[in-house]
Write a protein that binds this ligand. Structure first.
Ligand SMILES: *Cc1c(COP(=O)(O)O)cnc(C)c1O
Length: 411
């Protein structure tokens, strides 16, 4: 019996299994793909499990910093051992309460989306008698690559429109309690190939340099964003980026000649690349149903467990492909069926016309590459089923077992 199957028997399904060795391998690979001077932010949004984050924080001089955008993620990052002063706080709706809490806990770096957002950060910092370091998030009017999620170039709640920055410079440099120290670009997610990733990041570097001139501040931190790809719930492996390091280095040499000496420091961000391939979702087959010539494999995991955000069109659409080596008991993938969850909505579909072996109730199927945008990006509360159990392993050893417990609390 496979190790995953043993874990499914021990802990029940639906079950996420995350392998910390794989998280560490992804961290090493991404640091290796980037120039060695780079900082790398882990976007906790992709998987805020504190032990996953901890595996990314450890690693000596190849340790990630944390990128967060809520009080909950702040708690997760601090639990994971990140130092507050190294955290980057981002997001379009940072409330005064959240800002006060973050600054009170020692967070000093904020990505700001507008002059008023920066003023809110400054006001919270003044209450604590400190000055916050702000990165201007940039909504560039131009871009250079095609990707699955495009975040800039249109009207957006994210970032300053590039064309307005020269004019805003006097206001940006006179906010009490907050100073501009750099820029934050995040213009794409899940780049389709290395060429488009490189061209987008190079484009971000040129924009950052132009904005430094327009705002008239010498930047100390330039966060050029990410776009590092990973398969999502389908078989496959993380891309290997062979040219990235050199291409980014030479572009930076042109636009920020002091960058190799840390003036400015340059950073990238990633969620899915760092944690995606560490996770496997084990789902139990509850029932099989035929309807008008089509087969429905009804699982105990649906969009309440995985991929619920996809319905919003923001994350990749879910088109789950079970791992061919670990599906059911039969050797042949002969049938095509829809993989559906247990929820009372026709939208609870994980995959259509998926090739499957003959399955029966009680079988377990494995969905690979499910370590990013899993439980916390799903409709956990919808229809009141328990959240999936999440097991962390290192090799064969189980190191942590937990489950998120959303519940109503009466006041
Ligand atoms: C979501 C997000 C990320 C992570 O995106 P991935 O595609 O998972 O790498 C990084 N930075 C910001 C600002 C984000 O919003």
């Amino acid at each position: 019996m496979s190790r995953h199957r043993e874990l499914a028997d021990q802990f029940g399904t639906p079950l996420y299994v995350y392998d910390l060795d794989k998280v560490e391998a992804a961290r090493r690979d991404l640091f290796t793909a980037l120039p060695e001077e780079f900082d790398l932010f882990f976007a906790l949004k992709a998987n805020p499990h504190p032990e996953m984050a901890r595996a990314l924080r450890e690693g000596g001089d190849r340790a990630c910093r944390a990128e967060i955008s809520s009080t909950g993620e702040l708690t997760a990052a601090l639990t994971a051992g990140f130092v507050a002063g190294e955290i980057l706080y981002t997001g379009p709706g940072k409330t005064d309460g959240e800002l006060r809490e973050a600054i009170g806990k020692g967070v000093r770096h904020f990505s700001v989306e507008s002059v008023t957002d920066m003023e809110h950060v400054g006001a919270a910092a003044r209450e604590h008698g400190v000055v916050a370091d702000c990165l201007l998030r940039i909504n560039s009017e131009t871009s250079s690559a095609t990707t699955s999620i495009r975040m800039t170039g249109k009207p957006s709640q994210f970032g300053f429109d590039t064309e307005t920055l020269a004019e805003l410079a006097p206001r940006l440099t006179s906010v009490d309690g907050a100073r501009v120290v750099g820029v934050h670009l995040f213009s794409l997610s899940n780049a389709k190939d290395e060429t488009s990733l490189i061209s987008e990041l190079q484009h971000s570097i040129t924009i950052a340099a132009r904005i430094q001139d327009e705002v008239g501040v010498t930047f100390s931190l330039v966060d050029i964003g990410g776009g590092f790809a990973a398969p999502y719930a389908t078989p496959g492996s993380r891309p290997v980026y062979e040219k990235l390091r050199q291409e980014l280095g030479s572009t930076l040499d042109v636009h920020f000649p002091g960058w190799r000496e840390g003036a400015p420091r340059v950073a990238c961000e990633s969620g899915r690349y760092l944690v995606g391939d560490s996770g496997t979702l084990l789902c139990g087959v509850v029932n099989i149903k035929e309807s008008r010539g089509r087969t429905f494999v009804i699982l105990d995991a649906g969009i309440n467990t995985f991929g619920g955000m996809s319905g919003l069109g923001r994350l990749l659409p879910v088109a789950v492909q079970p791992d061919p080596d670990h599906v059911g008991d039969g050797p042949e993938h002969t049938e095509r069926a829809s993989l559906v969850g247990p929820l009372c909505t026709p939208g609870d579909i994980l995959g259509r016309e998926v090739k499957l072996p003959p399955l029966t109730a009680g079988d377990v199927i494995e969905i690979p590459n499910a370590g990013a945008y899993g439980p916390t990006a799903s409709l956990l509360m919808f229809l009141g089923r328990p959240a999936p159990t999440e097991v962390l392993v290192r090799g064969d050893k189980v190191v942590s077992v937990s489950r998120i417990e959303p519940q109503r609390v009466y006041e």
